[in-house]
Design a protein around this ligand. Structure first.
Ligand code: TGC
Ligand code: FAD
Length: 393
């Protein structure tokens, strides 16, 4: 049955014609061109062919959608970006990772912290999907605490010499370029660099045998005396604030993405329970089953209100990072609950990849951890309401 969406609170009445159009065209594209291949990609851990998909997404304006048209982007608003993420993650979290990383973590830093030359050179190629990028912040010894990163950048009088390693990097192995953060040994400040694939001393590899995000690629970046010119440095990225500001963009997209996965789980469970009979009656007629369906339905409805509101605040330039933490934490938890509940309602069929919940359930474990773990967002909100930081002693 074609997916209709969930709109109990008539949020569609608050969407413009353009916003609805982007949602429907992305939904239509994914259902024809991507959805049929997702299960095999996940099962075989053979990531979806981004060399084919990225240009199609580029054509539809799905990459870096909220950035200005003068750089080849769509000039969409934040709600439109959110709706794109929702539709993509309804299909698979790994593909939404690609969209959120490209838009929020690769294109946004170039737009926000890059030079005009860097913007004009990189943004149109990334927006069209011709170039694939990745974002290197996490290191083997520093995940939640990137401020302690060990990667270094040293100006040798002519060039920057970068050393260090980054791990768990989405699309690390196939990326044509990477936005990487390293600590300047001279002033101790974190700075951002654009590293191109093939640069001497820059290596890219993949991490396999994942139990989650199997339809996508994740890997490592290595820098051993990797030399780049000043033109490869993002001139306005100075300090930890720069990589964190980029995370705000992607975390916001994830809040909508989580709802997409949750909606798919809810929809699958509802249809299944209406059809499946036990003790002569449809599962949907039993009170315990209705309780589970209603729980999913209500959590999704609440999450939609949160993401919609944060999107509008972002468009008005009035959002604060803690609201994005609220949305990411809440909506990914909603997705996690919905995936598990749907898996349960499908009984043994719930563990089959013929149905989406078990795949979403595995994927959401990554989403729960990346872009700030669930705990880190609790601590961000805890600091906001108490004024006390509880990250470090
Ligand atoms: P802290 O002292 O809190 O902050 C340092 C400076 O940064 C500023 N800042 C922010 N600015 C904008 N937006 C935010 N969200 C910001 N958070 C902090 C802050 O105001 C300060 O500025 P200034 O001017 O005073 O220097 O830094 P801390 O070291 O105590 O860290 C706090 C903490 C734990 C919240 C932070 O480290 C954190 O968020 N950790 C989580 C790391 C994380 O999320 N990594 C994600 C890596 S990328 C990824 O996972 C991609 S997954 C693929 C996909 O997206 O699909
Ligand atoms: P840790 O920081 O070691 O955390 C382990 C546990 O300790 C968690 O439960 C955490 O909540 C808890 N914890 C940590 N600190 C505290 C504290 N102060 N108080 C209480 N509890 C705490 N990174 C990138 O830079 N780019 C990418 O493209 C990228 N893509 C990713 C894709 C996938 C599929 C995955 C799984 C990860 C990706 N990451 C990426 C990395 C991701 O951002 C990190 O995994 C995440 O930030 C958590 O870091 P960690 O794994 O080192 O866990």
């Amino acid at each position: 049955m074609a997916f209709k969406g969930i709109d109990f609170f008539k949020l569609d009445n608050l969407l413009s014609k353009e916003e609805k159009l982007i949602r429907s065209s992305v939904r239509e594209y994914l259902s024809k061109e991507v959805e049929p291949y997702v299960v095999d990609a996940f099962h075989g851990e053979e990531p979806l062919d981004l060399r084919n998909i990225a240009p199609q997404m580029g054509e539809l304006g799905m990459l870096g959608a909220f950035l200005p048209t003068e750089y080849g982007c769509t000039g969409a608003n934040y709600v439109e970006f959110g709706l794109i993420c929702q539709e993509v993650e309804r299909v698979d979290s790994a593909l939404r990772s690609f969209v959120a990383v490209t838009s929020g973590l690769v294109m946004y830093p170039i737009w926000r912290y890059g030079s005009e030359e860097q913007r004009h050179y990189w943004l149109p190629k990334l927006a069209s999907g011709e170039t694939i990028g990745c974002y290197g912040l996490t290191e083997p010894n520093h995940g939640s605490d990137p401020g302690s990163m060990e990667s270094t950048a040293q100006w040798d009088g002519e060039q920057w010499v970068i050393n260090g390693s980054k791990t768990w990097i989405t699309e690390a192995d196939i990326a044509d370029m990477a936005v990487v953060f390293a600590k300047d040994v001279q002033d101790g400040k974190i700075k951002g660099f654009i590293l191109e694939s093939g640069t001497k001393g820059f290596t890219q590899s993949s991490l396999d045998q994942k139990g989650s995000m199997r339809a996508g690629g994740v890997g490592e970046l290595g820098m051993v005396n990797c030399k780049v010119g000043e033109e490869n440095r993002l001139p306005d990225a100075y300090g930890l604030k720069a990589p964190f500001t980029c995370l705000n963009q992607a975390r916001y997209g994830i809040s909508w993405g989580g709802l997409g996965a949750a909606m798919d789980c809810y929809d699958t469970a509802l249809n299944y329970c209406k059809q499946r009979k036990q003790f002569d009656e449809p599962l949907s007629s039993y009170q315990l089953v209705q309780d589970k369906l209603v729980h999913m339905f209500m959590e999704i409805g609440k999450g939609q209100l949160v993401s919609h509101r944060v999107g509008r605040l972002l468009d008005e330039g009035k959002s604060i990072p803690e609201q994005i933490s609220f949305a990411k934490k809440n909506n990914v938890s909603v997705a996690r609950i919905c995936a598990r509940t749907a898996r349960d309602l499908l009984g043994a069929n719930g563990i089959s990849l013929d149905y989406s919940p078990i795949r979403h359930m595995a994927n959401i474990e990554s989403v729960y951890t990346y872009e700030g773990t669930n705990d880190i967002h609790t601590l961000i909100l805890g600091r906001h309401i108490t004024g006390e930081q509880a990250f470090k002693k």
